[in-house]
Design a protein around this ligand. Structure first.
Ligand code: MSP
Length: 595
């Protein structure tokens, strides 16, 4: 059996064409071109949404990849809240298993104390990075043990678990069983020949044990039906195809326990204390635990979405749905898959000393800075390379120069001495030709009007970077709009010039209001600063409140004449070269110090 590999750094992005914003020529009524977004149709009744991150192993400190999983889920959670959903967002730590047992032993610590220590580090990272989870689960909690025991018993009662004999390869690092075709030859650092997982490269060992098996083989056709009937179940599309290809092959039954003598750090099999439940079955149930399983999970379980890295796709898109089918529970609505970050072109690893510390980077570049960079540069379909230099370049170009520059220009006391949201003058910028606006200005209005729908579509398919690209393009258009009309050259003593000046600022503010609102899931603090400066109140920042440039359509604009917020500080401070010297492998740093 040969599995297609996910570990090839190349883009397999499906061609995803969005409907282009139609060119809005002078004379065409904007309202005719309005597209009603899905969200605005749905926002009358309360809807629920449940998003999860993978739970993180506590055998080592958090790294940038972990923060990436969390930031993606946080972005989706915040986006759903903006759309009026009642959203639950769970993250947490995966604390059982051989890997953790060994790490605690190596540290000479009691396993629970060891787990608590590292789990707290994850919690601290997440609170430092504005991860707004509503639940934080640890698999060592009693509520989780109850859920796992119940889940196991349901599968057992249905005859889906049987006592058997497992003989095969096991990777402790991945906590994963492998078939012979998933294993290859390699040589370790001491020159010894070893067997490794072809997918992860981690060492595998031959294992032969009496344990419990789950009838995974019985679910192959149901899994295929599910995927074929729900083409958006696994996103982006290329990962959906991977799972379908995996399912073309036989699906052997899965060992779901380990002998207690080998693995003590885990939940004992109900009714058989000689066996410990397999850590992946234990870990996957965390999603149900948070939903309130076994008593009151329905509200959330029907609307669950998982964010996972590509390395754990098989567990989430094959094992987990099979377990759920076995237990008679609904399957996840979407499994969002992301690829990996490398550092300076190499896989991050402790031995190379190139693991990027997310907490340190969030302090160096600010929370919003690192969030923006990860979501702007992270392409879910293919691996991305992290360098500090790139962070500085992207943030300076897009947050400092483009967005910050636009806000600065339009709020400058020279142009806006009254510090208000000025009025729009329909004669200067009419729906029909004849005012001072030119064709490019109408084009910009059309693009900004369409932007929420474009962003929505990209958020929904996890192409957040495309949403950010679309926003950045519009910000550039607005900057060009201001540049083109050079309001600083207008004669403020002339009433017509003054009205046109006000209109330029009004339109720019309206654009900035849309950008600030749409950016809230990505850069919450910066958006708050931007919207507060524009005088947009917290209750006016939802998706439903977007309503771009109502004055242009003859409607009342609630912001007109309002005082601007008092904080006139820079939106995002320019980063300098001092920020790019951090990223040196430990060995190189030590050598540099010696000199
Ligand atoms: N404990 C399991 C998940 C159980 S979920 C029921 C696990 N933990 S992990 O700590 O190893 O990984 C957690 C997440 O971090 C995964 O989504 C993984 O893909 C992600 N990342 C780990 N390294 C990564 C990169 N270098 N880049 C991006 N994300 C990566 O797996």
């Amino acid at each position: 059996m040969r599995f297609p590999s996910l570990f090839v750094t190349r883009s397999c992005e499906a061609v995803h064409r969005l409907r282009q914003s139609s060119f809005l020529s002078p004379g065409s009524a904007l309202s005719r071109h309005q597209r009603v977004s899905v969200s605005s149709l749905l926002c009358t009744e309360e809807r629920s949404y449940y998003i999860t991150t993978p739970i993180f192993y506590v055998n080592a400190s958090p790294h940038l990849g972990h923060l990436y999983s969390a930031v993606i889920a946080d972005c989706l959670h915040r986006y759903k809240l903006l759309q009026g959903f009642n959203s639950k967002f769970a993250t947490g730590t995966d604390e059982h298993g051989l890997k953790i047992q060994q790490a605690a032993e190596a540290a000479g610590k009691d396993p629970l104390a060891f787990c608590t220590d590292v789990s707290e580090r994850f919690k601290h990272l997440f609170s430092s990075c504005d991860i707004s989870h509503t639940d934080y689960i640890r698999t060592t909690e009693p509520r989780h043990r109850r859920a796992v025991e119940h889940f196991w018993s349901v599968l057992w009662d249905k005859g889906l678990i049987y006592k058997g004999h497992y003989e095969g390869w096991y990777s402790t690092q991945d906590e994963s069983f492998l078939t012979p075709s998933q294993v290859g030859d390699a040589v370790d650092s001491s020159g010894k020949e070893i067997k490794v997982s072809l997918e992860s490269g981690h060492k595998v060992e031959w294992m032969t044990e009496e344990n419990y098996m789950f009838r995974l083989s019985a679910f192959r056709s149901q899994l295929l039906d599910w995927l074929r009937g729900n083409p958006r179940a696994v996103q982006p599309e290329c990962f959906h195809q991977f799972v379908l290809q995996w399912l073309q092959h036989d699906l052997p039954d899965l060992s779901v326990s380990r002998q207690r003598s080998r693995l003590q750090w885990g939940i004992p099999v109900p009714g058989d204390p000689e066996q410990t439940i397999y850590v992946w079955l234990d870990a996957l149930v965390n999603y149900l635990t948070v939903a309130g399983y076994p008593e009151k999970h329905n509200q959330w379980w029907n609307v669950v979405h998982h964010v996972v890295g590509k390395d754990i796709l098989r567990f989430h898109a094959i094992y987990w749905p099979a377990f759920l089918l076995g237990a008679g529970l609904p399957l996840p609505q979407t499994i969002y898959v992301h690829s990996h970050w490398t550092a300076e072109g190499k896989k991050m690893s402790k031995s190379l000393g190139n693991v990027v510390d997310p907490l340190q980077r969030s302090q160096m570049f600010t929370t919003d800075g690192i969030r923006y960079f990860l979501l702007r540069q992270g392409v879910p379909d293919s691996d991305c390379d992290y360098t500090d230099r790139k962070v500085v370049k992207v943030l300076n170009a897009e947050l400092v120069d483009s967005l910050g520059g636009l806000l600065n220009r339009c709020t400058a006391p020279g142009l806006n001495p009254a510090q208000v949201y000025p009025s729009f003058c329909p004669q200067s910028f009419p729906r029909e030709q004849g005012g001072r606006a030119v064709v490019e200005d109408y084009c910009m209005l059309a693009a900004v009007k369409d932007l929420p729908a474009v962003v929505e579509q990209h958020y929904e398919s996890l192409h957040v970077y495309k949403a950010l690209e679309a926003i950045a393009t519009c910000v550039r258009q607005t900057n060009r709009f201001v540049q083109r009309h050079a309001p600083w050259k207008l004669d403020k003593r002339d009433i017509k010039d003054q009205r046109w000046l006000d209109t330029i600022i009004h339109v720019s503010f309206e654009c900035l209001r849309i950008y600030g609102t749409l950016l809230q899931p990505i850069v919450p603090e910066l958006s708050n600063k931007l919207l507060s400066r524009l005088g947009v109140q917290p209750g006016e920042r939802s998706w439903a409140a977007l309503n771009f440039l109502p004055s242009y359509r003859g409607m009342e604009c609630p912001f007109e004449g309002r005082a601007l917020g008092p904080d006139s500080g820079v939106l995002f401070s320019r980063l300098g070269s001092q920020n790019v010297d951090q990223q040196k492998p430990n060995k190189a740093k030590k050598a540099a110090k010696k000199k």
